[in-house]
Design a protein around this ligand. Structure first.
Ligand SMILES: Nc1ncnc2c1ncn2[C@@H]1O[C@H](COP(=O)(O)OP(=O)(O)O)[C@@H](O)[C@H]1O
Ligand SMILES: C=C(OP(=O)(O)O)C(=O)O
Ligand SMILES: [Ca+2]
Ligand SMILES: [Mn+2]
Length: 634
C-alpha cells in the first residue's frame, strides 16, 4: 500500500483462494454449526451422533406417517435444491407402522425433505426464494403475506368430542369448542399429512412452551412455509442445541397445511377452513388458512386445557415487573392494549399475551411477542418499533417498493398488520420470563361507547364480574357508515381460547388474587368525550400515566368516588392526567346522550351475564351472589 500499490495477488497465501474448484470454494464458505453437537454428558462418538440423527428422523417420519397407507414417509434432512447439503446429511429414515403392508404406492417411493429448526437466516432465504410476497424491509424484517385470511377464524375451530372431553370441556352456547368426531378429525389429519408429504420439503420446528421448567411442553410444528417456521421460531421458546439433542418425542404436534383447503364433503365442515384440535391424540390440524396466529392461539387453547389440570391458571394477559419485583397482569381482548402496555420502558417485560399463574408465581408461555402494527409510531411505542429488525416477521404490511420502508398507516391489505419478534428483541426483557405473584390485575377494555371511566379500582367481586364478562367494544374496522360501536363479551377476556367453563378459571383467579392480595383495576383504553364518531380515543400517554400510578401504588390510596349504575370507584386525581377526564360524564357535552349510552351498555352487560348466574363460582355460594351483585344496578 505504501507505494500506492494495492495488495491484490501480492502473495500466494493471502491472495489466492484455497480451493481448486467452484464446488470446493462453496463448500469452504460454510462451517459446521453447533446444533448437531453431541450431548456433552457423554463421550463424543460418531456412532451415537449418527444414532441420534436417526432417532430424530424416525420421530419426524412418525409424525408425518399416513395412518391409512403402508408406512411413514422416507424422511431426509436438508433442502432438496441443495445437492451438497442433502448428500452430506442423507440419513434416510422411515417409520414402520406395525400394521401389515398394503401395497407400495408412489407416495411410498418418494422422499420427504425436512428443513429442521432452521435459523432465521436460512428461513429468510427459503422465504425469499420460494414464497411470493416475501421481502426484506428497510429495517431488516421479513415482510410477508398471510394469504386470504388476515385474522383468526373462530367459527372454523373444531374440537374432538370423545368420552373424556364430553364431560371435561365447555360445550354449547357461548363456548368456543365446536364439536367434531374422531373420524372427521382423522380425515382432516390424513388430508394435511398427505398434502405435506406431497411437497418438495416441509419445515419442522421442535420447541418449548412455558418458561416454568416444571410445566413446560414440547411442541412440534410441521408446516409448508418458511414464514410459518420463522413465526413459530419467534413465538415459541427456542431450545438450546443441548435441549434439542435431548428433545425426543413431542408432547403436542401441529400439522399446518394452511394452503390446502378442507373438504366440505367431510362431516362437520362448513367452509374451506378448519382448525381441528384433538386432545387425546395431542394434535392439531390446520387446513384452509395461512394466518400464523392460528398456531400460536391454538397452542394457547391446549395450555388452557393442560394447565388447570395441574392447578395452574392460564391467562390471556400481558405481564411485566417493576424494578422492585412488583408484577402486573394486563387482561384484555384483541386490540385493548396488552402488548402496548406490558411493553413499558420502565419495567421488565415478562410477556405480552399468554401466561400461567402457578404456585411459585407467573411464567410466560411463549418466547416472543405479536404486536399490532397499525399506526405504529417510533415516538409512542419505541421498544416495539425497534424490535422490527432482522428476524422479525412482518405480516401484511405495505411498504415502498424501492426503499422498502414500511408505511404503518397503510391498511390496504388489512387493518390487522402484525409483527412477530423474539421476546429478547425488547431491551428490558426479564429472562427467564418468570416472576413472582402479581400485585395488580389490570382489566383492559377498549370502550368505544365512551362511558367507562379511564380507570376504576375494583373489589374482588367486581374483578370477577368483569373478568367473567370480558367486555370490549371496538368499531368494526374502517368501513364507511359504521357509526355504532360493537360490544363484545368474551369470558375470561379470551373465550376463543378457553376449554373449560369460564367459572373454573374465574374461581382460580379469585383464589389466587385473595391468597396473594392482588388488587383489580378496570382501565378503559377506548373512547372519551363521546362514543366513537363524536368522542376520541384516550391518549396513550394518559393511559400510560394511569398505569404508572397503579404500579407505583399511589393510586391504591387515592381519593375515590363511586359512579352511578356500574358502581365503579374512580379516583378524583391521577398525577399528570387531566382530572376532568377521570369521570366520563364530565367529558360528554350532551348529558342525555351520555346517560342513554351508559344505560344501553349496562343493559348489554346484564343480558350477557344471564348465562352465568346459574353457575356456582368456587365452593362458596356467597362469592357467586357477590359477583352477580357487582354488576351494573339500575
Ligand atoms: N389509550 C390507549 N391505550 C392502549 N392502546 C392504545 C391507546 N390508544 C391507542 N392505542 C393503540 O391500540 C392498540 C392496542 O393493541 P395491542 O397492544 O396490540 O393490543 P392487544 O395486545 O391487547 O391485542 C395499539 O395499536 C395501540 O397503539
Ligand atoms: C393474536 C392474537 O392476539 P391479540 O390480538 O390479543 O394480540 C389474536 O387474538 O389473534
Ligand atoms: Ca397482542
Ligand atoms: Mn392476545
Amino acid at each position: 500500500m505504501e507505494n500506492g500499490v494495492t495488495n491484490v495477488c501480492e502473495n500466494e497465501e493471502s491472495g489466492t483462494v484455497r480451493a481448486q474448484t467452484i464446488d470446493e470454494l462453496h463448500s469452504l464458505q460454510k462451517k459446521k454449526s453447533t446444533p448437531t453437537t453431541p450431548d456433552t454428558s457423554q463421550p463424543i462418538s460418531a456412532h451415537s451422533h449418527y444414532e441420534r440423527q436417526q432417532q430424530q428422523l424416525q420421530s419426524i417420519s412418525a409424525s408425518l406417517a399416513s395412518l391409512t397407507r403402508e408406512t411413514g414417509p422416507k424422511v431426509v434432512k436438508g433442502d432438496p435444491a441443495s445437492r451438497f447439503e442433502t448428500s452430506s446429511l442423507a440419513h434416510v429414515s422411515q417409520h414402520r407402522v406395525v400394521t401389515p403392508t398394503i401395497a407400495v404406492s408412489d407416495s411410498a417411493l418418494k422422499f420427504t425433505h425436512v428443513l429442521y429448526n432452521l435459523s432465521p437466516s436460512e428461513l429468510y432465504e427459503q422465504a425469499i426464494k420460494y414464497e411470493k410476497g416475501s421481502f426484506i424491509t428497510s429495517t431488516g424484517a421479513l415482510a410477508t403475506l398471510s394469504g386470504a385470511k388476515t385474522g383468526r377464524c373462530p367459527r372454523d375451530k373444531r374440537v374432538v368430542k370423545d368420552e373424556l372431553t364430553e364431560n371435561e370441556l365447555w360445550w354449547g352456547k357461548g363456548s368456543p369448542n365446536i364439536e367434531m368426531d374422531e373420524h372427521s378429525f382423522m380425515v382432516n389429519r390424513e388430508r394435511a399429512v398427505d398434502y405435506l408429504n406431497s411437497l418438495d420439503k416441509v419445515f419442522v420446528n421442535d420447541q418449548f412452551l412455558n418458561w416454568d421448567p416444571e410445566n413446560s411442553i414440547k411442541v412440534r410444528i410441521v408446516s409448508a412455509r418458511a414464514y410459518h417456521s420463522l413465526f413459530m421460531h419467534n413465538m415459541c421458546i427456542r431450545p438450546t442445541p443441548e435441549e434439542l439433542e435431548k428433545f425426543g418425542t413431542p408432547d403436542f404436534t401441529i400439522y399446518n397445511a394452511g394452503q390446502f383447503p378442507c373438504n366440505r364433503y367431510t362431516h362437520y365442515m362448513t367452509s374451506s377452513t378448519s382448525i381441528d384440535l384433538n386432545l387425546a391424540r395431542k394434535e392439531m390440524v390446520i387446513l384452509g388458512t395461512q394466518y400464523a396466529g392460528e398456531m400460536k392461539k391454538g397452542l394457547f387453547s391446549v395450555m388452557h386445557y393442560l394447565m388447570p389440570k395441574r392447578q395452574i391458571l392460564s391467562l390471556h394477559s400481558g405481564c411485566n415487573m417493576g424494578k422492585a419485583g412488583d408484577v402486573a397482569l394486563f387482561f384484555g381482548l384483541s386490540g385493548t392494549g396488552k402488548t402496548t402496555l406490558s411493553t413499558d420502558h420502565n419495567r421488565y417485560l415478562i410477556g405480552d399475551d399468554e401466561h400461567c399463574w402457578g404456585e411459585n408465581g407467573v411464567s410466560n408461555i411463549e418466547g416472543g411477542c405479536y404486536a399490532k402494527c397499525i399506526d405504529l409510531s417510533r415516538e409512542k411505542e419505541p421498544d416495539i418499533w425497534n424490535a422490527i429488525k432482522f428476524g422479525t416477521v412482518l405480516e401484511n404490511v405495505v411498504f415502498d417498493e424501492h426503499v422498502r420502508e414500511v408505511d404503518y398507516t397503510d391498511k390496504s391489505v388489512t387493518e390487522n398488520t402484525r409483527a412477530a419478534y423474539p421476546i429478547e428483541y425488547i431491551p428490558n426483557v426479564k429472562l427467564p420470563c418468570v416472576g413472582p405473584h402479581p400485585k395488580n390485575v389490570i382489566l383492559l377494555a377498549c370502550d368505544a361507547f365512551g362511558v367507562l371511566p379511564p380507570v376504576s379500582k375494583l373489589s374482588l367481586s367486581q374483578t370477577m364480574y368483569h373478568f367473567i364478562s370480558g367486555y370490549t367494544a371496538l368499531v368494526a374496522g374502517t368501513e364507511e357508515g359504521i357509526k355504532e360501536p360493537q360490544a363484545t363479551f368474551s369470558a375470561c377476556f379470551g373465550a376463543a381460547f378457553i376449554m373449560l367453563h369460564p367459572t373454573k378459571y374465574a374461581a382460580m383467579l379469585a383464589e389466587k388474587m385473595q391468597t396473594h392480595g392482588a388488587t383489580g383495576w378496570l382501565v378503559n383504553t377506548g373512547w372519551s368525550g363521546g362514543s366513537y364518531g363524536s368522542g376520541s380515543r384516550i391518549k396513550l400517554s394518559y393511559t400510560r400515566k394511569i398505569i404508572d400510578a397503579i404500579h407505583s401504588g399511589s393510586l391504591l390510596n387515592a381519593e375515590y368516588k363511586k359512579t352511578e349504575i356500574f358502581g365503579l370507584e374512580i379516583p378524583t386525581e391521577v398525577e399528570d392526567v387531566p382530572s376532568e377526564i377521570l369521570d366520563p360524564e364530565n367529558t360528554w357535552s350532551d348529558k342525555t346522550a351520555y346517560n342513554e349510552t351508559l344505560l344501553k351498555l349496562a343493559t348489554l352487560f346484564q343480558k350477557n351475564f344471564e348465562t352465568f348466574t346459574d353457575y356456582k363460582i368456587g365452593d362458596d355460594n356467597n362469592l357467586t351472589e357477590e359477583i352477580v351483585a357487582a354488576g351494573p344496578i339500575f
